[in-house]
Write a protein that binds this ligand. Structure first.
Ligand code: ASP
Ligand code: MG
Length: 412
């Protein structure tokens, strides 16, 4: 019985010829151990950004179909080059575009979803003893047009292929050694996790921890793909992402800082039924997603409603609300885009009621003011001033992780 492994390498891991050769050796080594290997690659380095720039120079309002055709070339360069590097090592290898690999997607250019994979070509090539190298981030819609899966979409390609091929393992190789308790660039004591649950990873990914694309974690959970995140430049063990992980910290598994938030406050709306409905309907019609919502009592039968949106949606949110000022009936509008969202995530939270108070205590001790709070079963988020971001992350991290694993005491 062969062991089938899907190995995905990110853009930094294949950024130049030296790294392509390094990764090729690594792939060749895995194959020499007797495994069947399917490789998924991202575009080299910042190729995707450069291609976007190029398009913008020609036409800032480029058609999404043409953009996809252009962006998909980044990944095609990587797979062809990798195949050449493997041939040089004497390894039989073949590169396939997303369409050639049977990846069928929806038609939403720029943000397509994988609908199904017809893996026959891949299986045939594996049977011929080839290492199969597939372009990440791309698929084909029902008209045969090439699509892309949204930024970071190569992770999604890899997990979807692993699910469809019933691979034994899906390895995501990147430039960090795994999933950390916090961003090591901001929190110097951040620790690498040996294991993390799908649900926790899902929260961390959607909160802006960039190590895995959110959609890829959703798929991994849905199809129970054995996922591991590891470093392409070292042999260090990575982080296993799975259904039931061994929890090292009783309270939280990690924290994330999301800088892509802005808040809007609608002051002095009428305190009667339908107010919130009309307000959020206006935003929904403009396709603006709202995250945290806070309603507070105002004066004279009015109330204030504040909410957060992604930074890029701020301007439009303010515009559509201003345009509807008369029918929405508010006094004034204010907004703030110098805020960040700090979140702690952990499956253990559900059974440890002290977590919120530990978080607030750490922020209080750091002299950090909280503007909004939101909670879910395995996550607590607070909105704070952007200038406090790094301090807050460090203060909160040391509250939850400074003591030896398993020794934390709730002071709630
Ligand atoms: N090259 C694409 C991007 O930069 C896809 C990926 O790297 O996963 O977003
Ligand atoms: Mg990535």
């Amino acid at each position: 019985m062969h062991v089938l492994i899907v190995q995905k390498f990110g853009g930094t891991s294949v950024a130049d010829a030296r790294r392509v050769n390094h990764v090729a050796k690594r792939i060749a080594h895995s194959r020499q151990l007797g495994n069947q290997i399917v490789v998924v690659l991202s575009a080299q380095g910042s190729t995707t950004d450069q291609l976007l720039e190029k398009a913008k120079e020609i036409n800032p309002d480029a058609s999404k179909r043409e953009l996809d055709l252009l962006l998909a070339t980044g990944e095609q360069q990587s797979i062809a080059l990798m195949s050449m590097a493997l041939h040089k090592l004497g390894c039989p290898a073949i590169s396939l575009t997303g369409p050639q690999a049977g990846i069928h997607s929806t038609s939403a250019h720029g943000n397509a979803r994988i609908k199904r994979i017809e893996p026959e070509r891949i299986t045939q090539e594996l049977d011929k003893n080839n290492i199969v190298i597939v372009a990440g981030f791309q698929g084909m819609n029902r008209y045969g047009d090439i699509t892309t899966l949204g930024r970071g979409g190569s992770d999604t390609s890899a997990v979807a292929l692993a699910a469809s091929l019933h691979a034994d393992l899906c390895e995501i190789y990147t430039d960090v050694s795994g999933v950390y308790t916090a961003d090591p660039r901001i929190v110097k004591n951040a620790q690498k996790l040996n294991e993390i649950r799908y649900d926790e990873m899902l929260e961390l990914a959607s909160l802006g921890a960039k190590v895995l694309a959110t959609r890829s974690v959703e798929l991994a959970k849905k199809y129970q793909v054995n996922l591991v995140v590891r470093n392409s430049m070292s042999m260090e063990e990575g982080t296993l992402v799975k259904e039931e992980a061994i929890v090292e910290n009783t309270y939280v598994s990690g924290l994330a800082l999301d800088k892509n938030v802005a808040s809007v406050s609608v002051i002095g709306v009428r305190n009667k039924p339908g107010t919130a409905f009309k307000l959020f309907q206006t935003l929904a019609k403009a396709k603006i997603s709202v995250d945290i919502i806070l309603q507070s009592i105002g004066r004279d039968k009015t109330k204030d409603i504040s909410f957060t949106v992604a930074k890029q949606d701020l301007q439009q949110a303010v515009q559509v609300l201003q345009a509807g000022k008369d029918s929405l009936g508010f006094e004034s509008l204010s907004y703030d885009d110098s805020i960040v969202k700090l979140s702690v995530v952990g499956a253990g939270m559900a059974s440890n009621p002290g977590v919120a108070s530990m978080l607030f205590e750490a922020l209080y001790n750091g002299g950090i003011n909280i503007m909004m709070i939101s909670t879910s079963e395995i996550k607590i988020s607070v909105l704070i001033d952007a200038r406090d971001a790094d301090n807050a992350a460090n203060a909160v991290h040391s509250r939850f992780f400074s003591q030896p694993v398993g020794a934390q005491q709730s002071q709630a």
